[in-house]
Design a protein around this ligand. Sequence first.
Ligand SMILES: [Zn+2]
Length: 365
Amino acid sequence: MNPNDDPARDTTRTTEDAVARLAAQTIGPVLLPGDERYDVECASYNLAIAQRPALVIGATSGDQAQPRPDQHLPREPQHRPWRILMQYAVHHIRRPGLTRDLPYGPEDLFWVSNAATLVMGEQDAVLIDTFVTAEQNQQLIDWVRSFGRRLTHVYVTHGHGDHFFGLGQIAQAFPGVRAVGTDATVAGAEAQVTPDKLTSFWQRLFPGQIPDRLTVPEPLGDDHLELEGQRLDIVETGFTDTAGSTVVWVPALRLIAAGDVAYNDTHPYLAESTTATRREWAATLDRLGELDPAAVVAAHKNPDRPDDPRILAETAAYLREFNQLDADTTTAEELYRAMLDRHPRRINPGSLWSAAQRAKQPALR
Ligand SMILES: [Zn+2]
């Protein structure tokens, strides 16, 4: 057989040609699996996901992966013959939990975190969720700025105040940014900013700390967002921690930004749920697992724990266990104690106490 007819050899030659062509068009080395710097470049790209792209252009910023000055390639990232891979980053703050009258529990865990996710292309970025207080949201703004991207959208996963109270500050800090959510999220958010809800709930729990200018998201009117030609899919999850909640699925990163649909080592908020909605919620988590994500970011997470996809199954198991122990117990105290025995080190037991009280109000089951 003529070695030139060997298809494997042809493939190699074609790849070499393509790499040589690309190398001639770019500043910075073009690296293939097996090349000396390939593993280093992949590792520094994203610590959370093991990426094995077919080739990597060695660079520490988008500027270094520009075409050579004598090459005429489109400026817009989505029209170029290569794509800078998307990245994401997560920022979290700690705050007091919302239920603070719990009878007993591990006092070192009487807090909760809020996490926001920034999905970044080469030049633009989309933020998913904000924080509660003015100070926390200013921290969030400074953190977003540190990445040097143009913020095009803030997507709000659901209509609870701890996820959208930063929208007014963000609109001022990033002119032109669009704050969006589904119709259900917009409706939920409107109910959180009524004068009554603000004074009786949010301002009572966070006196003097809630931002002055609260705005609600506008309806997205679509099933996805776009970031430099790549999709961020909005997955409607039905009634989970609240009515009409959502997660964001980023196929290019195999990332789920889970909002409050999954919790990471934190007692979930169940005070709006019923036995039936918790059953559906657990089934929804099973289906999200079928997307085979590489990472799942819960908006309420143990900051020391990775964004491991197993939190989908953990949250589903927690919900099924809660329903089972609810059936096996009579009083809120019994249910609280039984769940706490099984989850002694989850963060924010106040959320479990509110869940147990709600579950034992017969009219609401
Ligand atoms: Zn929340």
